[in-house]
Design a protein around this ligand. Structure first.
Ligand code: VGL
Ligand code: ZN
Length: 206
């Protein structure tokens, strides 16, 4: 069995002092470093926006962060500028161990469409290649951790299930933007059979 971990968007701009701060996001860095030894394959993802990305409130006159608009037929939350390509903010947290990260998946590059999931854009128009990569490596089951558990980790997990993988959320190695929202998303994830591991003490790999 190919024990596989996908680390979602553990980037500087999502840290507590960043522009799109996820509460206590920095706490997960040593946790993720610690659990990597249990995996055979580790993949990481990066939110990777051009500065003119239309998910940024700054690219719409009269709009402010967290307003909701219709973007080419898809509901879009407008975010503060974040994870702009080749900025410090888009880099993975400097303390995150990446020596064993075999593949990096970048997403959110098309300025006209956001990509919360690491498998597809939000319109499900374009694949990132992650599903093909994982299948090619013989992966059947994937564990997910990272940021934010109610947004990009959630959408990535739902698409993993859609792609036929068995999926586990490592909640103790993830943090949400909004705690209440995560509770709703956990119900959504449990419906198609996602396993949720809440604490490090419940975590074990057969
Ligand atoms: C994310 C909002 C916008 C995330 C990325 O990584 O959860 N959230 N872009
Ligand atoms: Zn983004």
């Amino acid at each position: 069995m190919m024990r596989t971990l996908v680390i979602v968007d553990v980037q500087n701009d999502f840290m507590p002092d960043g522009p799109l701060s996820v509460p206590k996001a920095d706490e997960i860095v040593p946790i993720i470093n610690d659990i990597q030894k249990h995996y055979d394959l580790i993949v990481a993802t990066q939110d990777w926006h051009p500065k003119e990305h239309l998910s940024f409130a700054s690219n719409h006159s009269g709009k402010k962060p967290f307003d909701i608009i219709d973007l080419f037929g898809i509901e879009q939350v407008l975010w503060p500028d974040h994870c702009v390509q080749n900025t410090i903010g888009s880099q993975l947290h400097p303390d995150l161990h990446t020596d064993r990260v075999e593949a990096m998946i970048r997403k959110g590059m098309d300025p006209r469409i956001d990509s919360y999931s690491a498998f597809f854009d939000n319109g499900r128009k374009k694949r990132t290649g992650l599903a093909g990569y994982l299948r090619d490596r013989g992966v059947k089951e994937v564990h997910f951790c990272g940021l934010a558990s109610d947004i990009c980790v959630y959408h990535t997990i739902m698409d993993a299930v859609f792609e036929g993988f068995e999926a586990t959320l490592l909640e103790f190695a993830s943090r949400p933007l909004d705690r209440e929202d995560l509770e709703k998303k956990k119900v959504e994830m449990e419906r198609p059979g996602v396993r949720i591991v809440g604490t490090l003490s419940e975590f074990y790999i057969p």
